[in-house]
Write a protein of this length. Structure first.
Length: 271
């Protein structure tokens, strides 16, 4: 460390991850500084930002005392800010893990490295990363100690599962009913309503397939069995049910329908 007073008024991003002391504790620290002086200098980085000592700086302002500064001259200001604050503060393991996880994005170090360098459980840091990704609204509560990491992780897991379920549903919509997926994206339809519509559509298609299959089985099988039996010669127009008379147009359409069926059966390799 070297003596320096080039404070810019800024705080290093890693140091800024740590919670400040409550007001009553800051006042106590200010009273101690008034009585005994500032026993430990505030550490700055090469850019004049606070690496360690935000609370001491605030206490000096309360006490009306000109703060003392020194400049960190090492090669890892990010690591220094994280390590010195984690080891000195009275933080729970959950708070430490959450701050370490947040520091990974700030100082571009892997979670495993930060966990090892600061003696923080790797699994706890992994939990914290899940909270960062899937329950960001709970991060500050964990850092402040208002919420435990375990409780926040449980909620984050629920959010993650909900998100994965939502993504899966949207994928199904895009595959089977892209029109409904577009309406959900445009907020013209809720995802739940879109899924209900797709299911109803699938049920209707299933019903139509069942009706069509029964119709083919009844008509085509009967027609095939009539071949060569003299059935055509016994046709009597006076015995026809209303709307069921057989005309040459109906016979032509029937031949065309049978041709379509033959083509489909061949494509589907049906017997």
């Amino acid at each position: 460390m070297t003596a320096d007073t080039t404070f810019t008024g800024a705080v290093h991003p890693v140091a800024d991850l740590f919670p400040m002391l409550p007001n009553d504790e800051l006042k106590d620290l200010a009273a101690d500084i008034t009585q005994r002086g500032q026993l430990q200098p505030i550490v700055l980085d090469a850019d004049g930002r606070i690496l360690d000592g935000r609370n001491r700086y605030s206490a000096c302002q309360i006490a009306g005392v000109e703060p003392d500064f020194v400049t960190y001259d090492g090669e890892d200001p990010d690591g220094y800010a994280l390590t010195v604050n984690i080891t000195r503060r009275h933080l729970t393991k959950g708070q430490q893990a959450m701050i370490a996880a947040r520091a990974s994005a700030v100082c571009d170090k892997p979670l495993s490295t930060l966990a090892r360098e600061n003696d923080v459980s790797k699994s706890r840091v992994t939990y914290a990363k899940v909270v960062l990704d899937h329950a960001p609204d709970l991060v500050e509560q964990v850092v402040s100690g208002a919420e435990s990491l375990d409780a926040a992780y449980k909620k984050a897991q629920e959010n993650k599962q909900d998100a994965e379920s939502t993504e899966a549903k949207m994928a199904r919509l895009r595959e089977h009913r892209p029109d409904l997926a577009d309406q959900v994206v445009e907020e013209l339809l809720t995802l739940s309503a879109a899924m209900d519509a797709m299911r109803a559509d699938a049920e209707e298609q299933k019903r139509q397939r069942r009706v069509a299959t029964h119709l083919m089985c009844e008509s085509v099988v009967a027609l095939a069995q009539a071949r060569g039996t003299g059935t055509a010669e016994q046709y009597d127009p006076s015995e026809v049910m209303p709307g069921r008379d057989v005309t040459r147009r109906v016979i032509t359409d029937a031949i065309a329908a049978l041709g379509e069926m033959e083509r489909v059966w061949k494509e589907r390799e049906l017997p």
